[in-house]
Design a protein around this ligand. Sequence first.
Ligand code: SF4
Length: 347
Amino acid sequence: MTVSTHQFSTKLLTWYHRQDRSLPWRHDPPDPYQVWISEIMLQQTTFSTVQNRFSAFIAVFPTITALAKASQTEVLRHWAGLGYYARARNLHYCAQVIVDKHHGVLPQSIPELRALPGIGAYTAAAIAAIAYDVTSVATDSNVKRIYARLVRNLLPIQDNNPDLHTFFLASQHGHSPREHLQAWLDFGEILCRSRHPKCADCPVQKLCLGRDIAVQLPIKPTKKPRRQLYAYAYWLENADGAVWLRRRPPRGLLAGMLEVPTSHWQENAPSHTEGIPQLRWQATNQQIQHRFTHIDLTVHILRARGFNDTDLAQYSSESAWYRLNSHAELGLPTLMKKIVGAMLSAK
Ligand code: SF4
C-alpha cells in the first residue's frame, strides 16, 4: 500500500493554514537573517528554549552586520544556556564571511549557503525554502519521523534516503516550498510528536499506515555507547572572596567559554590535582553530574581559600578574579552554572 502524496499534502497544507502559527522568527515577508539564526538554534536545542531565547538574541544582534561586528566573547555570552557553543562560534564567523563575501546578505542558492561555515545540508535547504521559497529537500528529524509513520517504514532512515526525498518533493509539488516545509515542521511539533503523537486529532490519520505503532517509529539507528569521564573543578577564592575563573581553550567541548578551572576530563577518576600546585586543595562534598551528547561527566569540586596572587596569567592565560554573587550576568555554560550554584548555595 502506498500513501498518496497529493492527498497528504492537500490535507497537511489545509491544516497548516488553519493553524496560522505565530513564531518569533516567522515574519511575512521572512527575514533571512532571523530564519538562519532560528535554524541554527533549533539544531540541538529544544523548541521551547529557542522560543524563549530567540528574541533576546535578536535584540542584541539585530542584523548580520551587528553580529559580525560583535566580539566572540559577547556572542558566546548571549548564547549561554543554548548549549553546543561551537554553533555560536560558527555563527559569528559565518556572519563575518557573509559581510566580507556576500555584502552582508545571506545568499539564496543552496550551494552558496552550504559553503558557509556551520551550515550543513539540512540547514542550507531549510534556509533556501523558508527564507527564499526555493524548492529544496529539507529533511530534519520531524520530517523523517512523519514520513516513517506515514509509510510505516520499519528501518532506520538516513538523511539521504531516496524514497523520503522522492516523497517529500512529490508532496511539495504545487505548493510554496516555504509553506510546505513549515507545514511539515509544525505538524511534527504539534501533532505527529515524537513521544505523544495526537493521532486522534490528525488530519491525515486515514492515510497513515503506521498509526498503530506510531510511538515505535522511526526506528532509531544503534547509538554509540556514552563515555563516563571524571574531573576536578578548582574553586579558588582570594582574600576578598572573589573566585578564579578562566577561559577554556579555543577547541573542544565548551571551547572559548568561561569556566571554574577544571582538570583534564578523563576516563579514570583523576588521581592528582592540577590547578595551582602549591595550594592546599581541600575536598568538598560537592559533586556535579552533567550530560553532554556522548559524555557523562562527574566533577568533584576542590576548594582553596585566601590566595592573594593577582598575577593569575602565570597559571592560566585569560583568567581573572570574579565576584560571584550570581552567575546570571557572566554567560557561563550550564555545567559551570551548576558548579557555581552548588558552591554559592553551600556558603
Ligand atoms: S496518524 Fe498519528 S502517526 Fe500518523 S501522521 Fe497522524 S499523528 Fe502521525
